[in-house]
Design a protein around this ligand. Structure first.
Ligand SMILES: Nc1nc2c(ncn2[C@@H]2O[C@H](COP(=O)(O)OP(=O)(O)O)[C@@H](O)[C@H]2O)c(=O)[nH]1
Ligand SMILES: [Mg+2]
Ligand SMILES: [Zn+2]
Length: 291
């Protein structure tokens, strides 16, 4: 008997889409009509399936609230940028690049500082709180802050991003009770179960979804003009129109509201350095590469 059910695509492997609908997962093909319309079903898509037993066919894709291109995933609400307090030592330039890329994608970012058992993290926290971001401090190793993290994740779709080794897999397995690959898992299990690097959404017991985003930390900031970069630094928003020069880049100009805020300690110097670095890189981008 064929039934119509609504669900969410949690993974795609070998031309099949796996759609989670209440307590079932349906192995689905997509109707050819999507190809004609130029739409590719993507992980995170909310879809309608015509199901026959455990197999099904995706017949409708709901409009997306967000779309991340790399890795491709739809309807992510939040991007959680994971930084380790130590091991590896924090790379705030990379964290800021990821924050800008999340902002450009229209996905609300937040910061998670892991490995607080290894080093103190006040300074990092301070930089991002000043920027206006929510900051969650945790230790996957000591199981600290995990309840706060669970509360934060409840009821929304969150993508975890961060450099390799910061503890994304450790955190994801703690909150999903799934046996994900972590640096600590034995080589045998790793080879047996996690040889493919596919992206997958995991449902949380309290409602909501989480996923890892391999490769996201490597993405450069591109597709925007250097002049527009300040829009993606929330702590600069209230400086808009307050500098002496119109179109102030906040780098070499005198009487600059951003530099005043920096001097007052209301913008972290690490954040300002990231801004300057990204601005210079974008300045060198050829105009015709900008969307
Ligand atoms: N000391 C400490 N080690 C951690 C913590 N979280 C993860 N690790 C370790 O850091 C390594 C990398 O973790 P993993 O979850 O694989 O990082 P990923 O590359 O971001 O997925 C592993 O050896 C983990 O056991 C933590 O909170 N404290
Ligand atoms: Mg990992
Ligand atoms: Zn300025």
């Amino acid at each position: 008997m064929i039934m119509r059910v609504n669900g969410i695509i949690i993974k795609g492997i070998g031309g099949f889409y796996y759609v989670k609908a209440s307590h079932n997962v349906y192995e689905c093909k997509a109707r050819g009509v999507f190809r004609k319309e130029g739409v590719t079903p993507t992980i995170g898509d909310r879809v309608t399936v015509e199901a026959d037993g455990e197999k099904g066919s995706i017949v409708e894709i709901m409009p997306r609230t967000s779309y991340l291109l790399r890795p491709p995933v739809a309807n992510i609400d939040t991007m959680l940028i994971v930084i380790a307090a130590a091991e590896p030592s924090p790379n705030l330039a990379v964290a800021d690049k990821m924050l800008v890329n999340a902002e450009i994608s229209g996905i609300k970012p937040a910061v998670c500082i892991n490995k607080t058992d290894l080093a103190e993290s006040d300074e990092i926290k301070d930089a991002y709180v000043k920027a206006g971001y929510e900051v969650i401090e945790v230790s996957a190793e000591k199981n600290e802050g995990i309840d706060t993290l669970r509360t934060f994740l409840k009821g929304k779709s969150t993508a975890f991003a961060g450099l390799s080794g910061v503890g994304k897999s450790s955190l994801l397995s703690l909150i999903t009770d799934d046996d994900l690959e972590t640096g600590a898992v034995s080589e045998k299990i790793r080879r047996g179960r996690h040889t493919t690097r596919h992206v997958e959404l995991f449902e949380l017991a309290d409602g909501g979804y989480v996923m890892d985003t391999p490769g996201f930390s490597q993405l450069e900031v591109e597709g925007i003009r250097a002049e527009d970069l300040q829009r993606y630094f929330p702590e600069m928003a209230d400086c808009d129109g307050k500098c002496r020069f119109r179109g102030c880049a906040h780098i070499n100009e005198p009487d600059c509201a951003v530099k005043d805020k920096l001097a007052d300690g209301k913008i972290a110097s690490s954040r300002y350095e990231s801004y300057c670095e990204l601005y210079e890189k974008l300045k060198q981008t050829k105009e015709w590469l900008i969307k």
